[in-house]
Each structure stands twice: as C-alpha cells, then as structure tokens.
Design a binder for this molecule. Structure first.
Ligand SMILES: *[C@@H]1O[C@H](CO)[C@@H](O)[C@H](O)[C@H]1NC(C)=O
Ligand SMILES: *[C@@H]1O[C@H](CO)[C@@H](O)[C@H](O)[C@H]1NC(C)=O
Ligand SMILES: *[C@@H]1O[C@H](CO)[C@@H](O)[C@H](O)[C@H]1NC(C)=O
Ligand SMILES: *[C@@H]1O[C@H](CO)[C@@H](O)[C@H](O)[C@H]1NC(C)=O
Ligand SMILES: *[C@@H]1O[C@H](CO)[C@@H](O)[C@H](O)[C@H]1NC(C)=O
Ligand SMILES: *[C@@H]1O[C@H](CO)[C@@H](O)[C@H](O)[C@H]1NC(C)=O
Length: 308
C-alpha cells in the first residue's frame, strides 16, 4: 500500500472545482442518462508484437501500465489478501459484509454501491475498477464512491485511449481529472494505451480468439480480475458463478445481473445472450469465466457465494 499524496489543502479551489463538477455532471446526466450499457468500447488495432511468451500474470504486471490522472503518483497498491466483490446479485443474503471489511484490500467494480448493502458487501473500498462508460455514474454520487473511505483508495479507469487516455482532450478525461484534483485522498489512474492492447493480447492468448475479429468486448470483470492477480497474493471472489452455471438444466432461477438493480436484467439471460451474440460486439462473460477458472488453479483464487 503506502500511497502518498502531494495535495496541499486548497480549500477554495476545491469548492470551485466541486461546483464545476456538480454543474457538469448535472448537464451530462441530462444528456446521457439512457447510456447505461457497460459496453461502448470502440475496438482498436491488436498488436500481436506485444503478445507475451509466458502467461505468468505476476510478471506480465508492470507499474508502467497505469498513469496517474493528476500528479505523479505511481500505482503501488500491493496486498496479501484481497476480497474481490462482484456486482452479481449472488452476493445478496450472503452476510459476507463483515468478512469482506476485515480483508486487507477490498476491490469493487464500476458504480456498485455499498450504502444500503453493507451487510452483504461490506463498506470499505481499497480499489475500484471503473469502465469509461461508468464514470458518470460514479461521479454523480461523490459521497458514495469518492469520499467515503478511511484509507487512501485507488480508482483505475479503463477504456479506449481516445476516451480515457492522457492525450484524450474529451469531456470524460477532463471529468476524471477534476475528480482526481478534488479528492486528494483518492489516487486515480488510467490504463495506458499500450496496456490496453496487452489486455487484448491476453484475451487472444487465453481464449484463442482475436478480440476484435470475434466481435468481443472485454468486461470490467476481466480487467478487475487481471489487476487483482497483479496486486494480490490471495483473492477471494464474492458472488461470481462458475462458467457452466447458466447452461445447467433445469434452468437456474432468475437472478438479477446486478445486486443493486433488483428489477434489472437477469444474469443468465445477459450472459447467454452476450456469449452467443454474433452481430455487433458482445461481452463473453462465460468465456472469461472459463479463463478465470484456469487462473484459479495457477494463482491463489477462491470463489464464494457460490463456492467453486
Ligand atoms: C512529484 O513531484 C514533486 C514536485 O511536483 C516532486 O517534489 C516529487 O519528488 C515527485 N515525486 C516523484 C515520485 O516523482
Ligand atoms: C460499515 O461501517 C461502519 C462504520 O465504519 C461499521 O461500524 C459497520 O460495522 C460496517 N458495516 C458492515 C456490515 O460491515
Ligand atoms: C466528504 O465527506 C465529508 C464528511 O463525510 C464532508 O464533510 C465533505 O464535505 C465531503 N467532501 C466532498 C468534496 O464531498
Ligand atoms: C486523507 O488521508 C489522510 C492521511 O492519509 C487522513 O489523515 C485523512 O483523514 C484522509 N481524509 C479523508 C477524508 O479520508
Ligand atoms: C499464494 O499465497 C501464498 C501465501 O500467501 C504466497 O506465498 C504465494 O506467493 C501465493 N502464490 C501466488 C501465485 O500468488
Ligand atoms: C450484454 O451485456 C450487457 C451488460 O454489460 C447488457 O447490457 C446487454 O443487454 C447484454 N446483451 C444482451 C444481448 O443480452
């Protein structure tokens, strides 16, 4: 751990910036409120020269893959034990909150809330991995996601370089920058273009499918699992179903895709439809879990709620 921040309290600046964020997000909410898909991911060229000779993710990891959005911090988060809390409704009723909060590092995804769900998912967050398409939803609730931690939490943003890259001059990047300047206890990083390509290559190596040619989108779960393996010696995953879960007969009972959207899409319907989607781009949630199952044998990964 041991992230140190340089920020010196510039209170009045903070207030101005905070007000600016508020106005900006309000406008963006008005414009972008139907954009709730995790999946807008414009593919870019897969550079196979970057493919690795070995799949040891511990070695694959590199500090240079993450650039600070503001300032010159480096991504130095390292943990012996991590709780990776998925956004699946399988966490509901688990009563795992206390156990999760006792874990050295707690990892969450996108805008998955803790408020109102802490008995099941806990209330600490050490690392949040956020898709470019979820940035607005995270920024919309600063008290929930940005300003609610005893320690110095880290946020890693992933997305196409033209959206979240340093050279991107777009609204999204400026928003991330403002967040990073405002909440000085937060350490915000974005994944470098080079590392984004390496995530693609990794998918190719692990699945035999070229991500672009197979019209696949990587999920936040994919990024989060890889990053967790990079930084954690031991990972306990909460709420992730095994790869064969949805193909089982009789068809498993309906479970919401996200624990915080009880009336939202069904998890298995979402997984199965994405897996078989051919036209347009789709998430390969089931394929990704087959890879996770292999990694679990290689690294110290266990799955609970359900256990597998
Ligand atoms: C970060 O920048 C500050 C000055 O802006 C400098 O004093 C400090 O040494 C830098 N830290 C690193 C790790 O480069
Ligand atoms: C959440 O945080 C509060 C205060 O920090 C703590 O007392 C409580 O036990 C936590 N809740 C759960 C379920 O972990
Ligand atoms: C962060 O939270 C504290 C107390 O929880 C509050 O006093 C402060 O105004 C918040 N800051 C921002 C920028 O939201
Ligand atoms: C920010 O971090 C400092 C030192 O790590 C800590 O003393 C302070 O309470 C933190 N502030 C918040 C709002 O978490
Ligand atoms: C598995 O956990 C043990 C004990 O914490 C640790 O020594 C070892 O390095 C871990 N192995 C991997 C591959 O992370
Ligand atoms: C694929 O998954 C996304 C969630 O990332 C979901 O919004 C979308 O509806 C799914 N597509 C299908 C065809 O089920």
């Amino acid at each position: 751990m041991g992230l140190r921040l340089r920020g010196k309290g510039q209170q009045s600046h903070k207030m101005v910036i905070f007000a600016a964020i508020f106005i900006l997000t309000t406008l963006l909410i008005l414009y972008g409120s139907n954009n709730t898909n995790d999946a807008i991911y414009s593919p870019f060229h897969v550079d196979t020269n970057h493919a690795l000779k070995n799949t040891d993710l511990k070695k694959w990891a590199g500090k240079d893959g993450y650039v600070p959005v503001y300032g010159n911090k480096s991504m130095s988060l390292r943990c012996h034990h991590c709780a990776l809390v998925t956004s699946s409704s399988h966490v509901l009723g688990s009563q795992a909150g206390e156990e999760i909060d006792r874990t050295e590092c707690v990892i969450r995804m996108n805008d998955a809330p803790t408020l109102g769900y802490d008995t099941d998912v806990g209330n600490r967050t050490s690392l949040r991995v956020v898709a470019h398409s979820s940035v607005f939803r995270v920024v919309r609730k600063p008290n929930e996601f940005l300003n609610r931690s005893e320690t110095n939490p880290v946020i890693i943003f992933w997305g196409p370089p033209n959206k979240i890259g340093k050279e991107a001059k777009g609204t999204l990047y400026r928003l991330i920058q403002r967040v990073s300047m405002t909440y000085t206890n937060l350490s915000c990083f974005s994944i470098t273009p080079n590392k984004m390509r390496r995530f693609d290559s990794l998918f190719h190596r692990e699945t035999g499918q070229d991500r672009q040619k197979s019209h696949s989108w990587l999920s936040t779960g994919w990024f989060t699992m890889v990053i967790a393996i990079e930084i954690c010696d031991n990972i306990k995953v909460y709420g992730m179903v095994p790869p064969n879960h949805c193909g089982k007969k009789p068809v498993s009972k309906k479970m919401p895709y996200h624990y915080y959207k009880p009336r939202g899409a069904d998890e298995c319907v979402t997984y199965l439809q994405n897996e078989s989607g051919r036209r347009g781009n789709h998430h390969r949630f089931i394929t990704e879990k087959q890879v996770f199952a292999r990694w679990a044998k290689q690294y110290n990964i266990t799955f609970t709620h359900p256990n597998w």
